[in-house]
Design a protein around this ligand. Structure first.
Ligand code: EPZ
Length: 419
């Protein structure tokens, strides 16, 4: 078993380079199944979710060459099976994108129910509704989803819920469908735009990604022979922005798209932090104890649920009391119990949590309950007095490349230890 040992408090200072977005990468990789050719993808984060995505593609018949730790060339000309490996697809959430891609490419796919962070109920009814409206038969039996279509035909699909995964999955299934598909009430996250940009680079005709109505004109074929660079990770950038505030540090966050960070910037300024952007960098610093603030998580461009736990660390140290309302997931406050072990005073009930700000956090052994909770605990450990031990690192390694190395470079006293 591995743990991270952090000795704090340390104000984080210096430059941090942001990798490509996990949630874009794990959709773009299965999207390559729609291409009858070879393409190169760079700025891929070197994280376990990406490695598992690549293994799934290889088991389906793709040939992958790692050119560097962040760039692959992938040949999807010879897809040999329509059964996705259950042992791998159950390991993470985004394995559901195999459904849309393989329906588009082969008209059939069998895949296990996806795994991923336990954040409460994670239904996929909107994905299935979209596939069925396009003409597929979908059945779910004994934890396996089987989707099959003689032909996919474009249609209008209204999403009952704003869903990142369903929007991308239906977009994937529509790219090679006959005619035009309209996705209404679509999600607008930056990674949706990135997947659409990737597909368009490969020959698709997708318009309106980033708005709530996406129009996909079906094309006959996607070509390869092109390279694509994954968008910078909005959530990794936001994690370091909030780490600068929680530790009263001064960070330059490099290689990010500052437009994607507006809701985070606004909240940081509300709590008394400073933010300035310059090209593809953002400078965040904070010299005093943060002020209280209330947060409600929302789909993009609202405050992202994937930064809620990291913001929770800031508010646990704020001067005054704050409330967070989590509107996306039923169970995203598990990290508050861990923060309370470190001296925070948080009462979580259902989808709300009340934060009575404390002056200091103190090191303690803590357990990451999911990916972003783990990142929040590292931020808390860096801000806290004494030694913090963070366990369950497999969650964190799914989504952050070299996290302890990045924290060490900006001054954190952090090391990974195998027990
Ligand atoms: C994506 O999950 C992200 N994962 C999550 O990031 C993120 O928290 C979430 O979007 C919201 O931004 C990936 O991109 C791989 P949704 P996804 O479908 O697509 C309900 C992280 O830490 N819903 O937008 O699974 C659902 O229950 C992860 O990086 C339905 O009811 O989320 C939720 O309440 C964790 N039916 C809401 O919609 C459906 O068919 C939004 O979920 C689909 C979703």
């Amino acid at each position: 078993m591995e743990k991270l040992v952090i000795s704090g408090p340390t104000p984080l200072r210096g430059d941090v380079h942001i990798n490509g977005a996990k949630n874009a990468a794990v959709a773009i990789l299965p999207a390559t199944l729609l291409i009858d050719g070879v393409c190169t993808i760079d700025n891929l984060p070197n994280i376990s979710d990406v490695k598992i995505s690549c293994e799934i593609l290889e088991r389906l018949g793709a040939k992958i060459t790692w050119n560097t730790p962040n760039e692959i060339t992938i040949d999807t000309r010879n897809i040999v099976t329509t059964k996705a490996p259950l042992d791998l697809t159950s390991k993470f959430r985004a394995s559901y994108y195999i459904l849309g891609s393989m329906l588009g490419r082969k008209g059939e796919i069998e895949v296990g129910m996806p795994g991923g962070c336990k954040l409460g109920a994670r239904p996929i009814d909107q994905h299935i509704k979209g596939f069925e409206l396009l003409g597929a038969n979908v059945s779910v039996e004994k934890g396996t989803i089987h989707a099959k279509a003689k032909k996919l035909v474009g249609t209008s699909i209204y999403m009952d819920i704003v869903s990142v995964g369903a929007t991308i999955n239906v977009m994937l299934a529509s790219v090679l469908a006959e005619g035009t598909t309209i996705i209404d009430n679509a999600a607008k996250e930056p990674h949706i735009v990135d997947v659409a940009n990737f597909l368009n680079t490969m020959g698709a005709d997708i318009r309106g990604a980033g708005t709530d109505m996406i129009k996909i004109n079906g094309v006959k074929k996607l070509h390869g022979e092109t390279s694509y660079s994954v968008v910078p990770d909005q959530i990794e950038a936001g994690t370091f922005m909030l780490a600068a505030v929680a530790t009263r540090g001064d960070l330059w966050i490099r290689n990010c798209i500052t437009k994607h960070l507006e809701s985070i910037t606004a909240k940081i300024m509300e709590v008394g932090g400073n933010v300035e952007d310059e090209g593809d960098s953002i400078h965040v610093w904070c010299k005093k104890r943060p002020n209280k603030a209330n947060i409600k998580t929302l789909p993009y461009p609202g405050f992202p649920t994937d930064l809620q736990p990291q913001m929770g660390v800031v508010l646990s140290l704020a001067n005054g009391s704050s409330i967070i309302n989590e509107s996306i997931w039923d169970s995203r406050f598990q990290y508050t119990e861990e923060l309370n072990k470190m001296g925070a005073k948080i009462t979580a009930q259902g989808k709300s949590a009340f934060f009575e700000g404390v002056d200091k956090l103190y090191g303690a052994p803590v357990y990451s309950t999911d990916l972003r909770a783990g990142a929040a605990l590292i931020v808390a450990g860096t801000a806290a007095h004494g030694i913090t031990e963070v366990y369950n690192l497999e969650h964190i390694d799914r989504g952050y490349e070299n996290i302890e190395e990045k924290f060490r470079k900006i001054g954190a006293n952090i090391k990974r230890i195998s027990e």
